[in-house]
Design a binder for this molecule. Structure first.
Ligand SMILES: [Zn+2]
Length: 271
């Protein structure tokens, strides 16, 4: 699933192209992906001009000259692809936006979990409205993590994945951050010391910064807005490396389920 570094990389690759574009054609192809519904979406978006492109958590947001906005959540396998010379759309296409100059923005999604939300300023989609601070905003993020640690007993990984606590982390960067901080993913969150929170947050910042510098992790489906893969998969320390040597102690990387998610960790380095 695209996480903060991947969605931010998509935003950066689309930013030179989308603002200013006039949308002349809207083709919703997967009805269940649209909020409120594909008909409203097509009616409200056709003929509008894109005025801005931003990101919040794992949502990518287009602003339109009508004041309405469109939020994309790519979930498991969604891709947003911009093309100046469109070819026939792939089989699992959720949406095609066509622009005046013949270019298009296409949302492809083989697993069909991605969503497209049309909304106005006051009426945010529930998932977007509930987001906690951006994982990159140190003061707010660390305060929210600590507060969650005081009132909850869930495994630390559960808290890191909770988008209402911290916006932007998913399975990959969570496993990587917990490894760097030397914390077992299943530790109850109320057992973490102030030092450990500090260490964990430093690790979160570091893995996100690295992921951004490498233009995202293309372990499975992810590519940027121009179809190019990232390279962070070449730098992962534990994620996806079950049975391979831990980069610190050399013992095989372990795997278990935490927070309902497949979790990679080193049982020697993470206490
Ligand atoms: Zn180790």
């Amino acid at each position: 699933m695209p996480e903060l570094p991947e969605v931010e990389t998509i935003r950066k690759t689309l930013a030179p192209y989308l603002p200013g574009k006039e949308i002349t054609g809207v083709e919703p192809r997967l009805a269940k992906a649209f909020r409120p519904d594909p008909e409203t979406f097509a009616r409200e978006v056709t003929g509008r001009r894109i005025t801005g492109l931003s990101r919040r958590g794992k949502y990518l947001i287009l602003s339109l000259d009508s004041g309405k906005r469109v939020a994309f959540h790519l979930r498991m396998s969604g891709r947003l692809l911009y093309s100046e010379n469109p070819s026939p759309p792939p089989k699992h296409t959720t949406l095609i936006l066509r622009f005046k100059g013949g270019e298009e923005l296409l949302m492809e999604d083989p697993r069909k979990f991605g969503t497209v939300h049309l909304f106005t300023g006051k009426n945010l989609p529930p998932g977007l409205a509930a987001l906690g601070p951006e994982a990159t905003e140190k003061k707010e993020a660390l305060a929210n993590l600590r507060a969650a640690g005081e009132r909850r007993k869930a495994p630390v990984k559960t808290i890191l994945l909770d988008q209402t606590v911290l916006a932007g982390l998913g399975n990959i960067y969570t496993d990587e951050a917990l490894f760097l901080a030397g914390i077992d993913p299943s530790r109850p969150v109320n057992q973490l010391s102030p030092d450990e929170w500090e260490k964990l947050y430093t690790a979160i910042r570091r893995v996100l910064t690295e992921g951004l510098a490498h233009r995202g992790t293309s372990q499975r489906d992810y590519v940027d807005g121009k179809g190019e893969p990232g390279t962070h998969q070449e730098y992962l320390r534990v994620y996806g490396r079950r049975g391979k040597p831990c980069p610190v102690c050399g013992q095989p990387v372990s795997y278990k389920r935490v927070a309902g998610r497949g979790t990679h960790y080193c049982r020697f380095c993470q206490q």
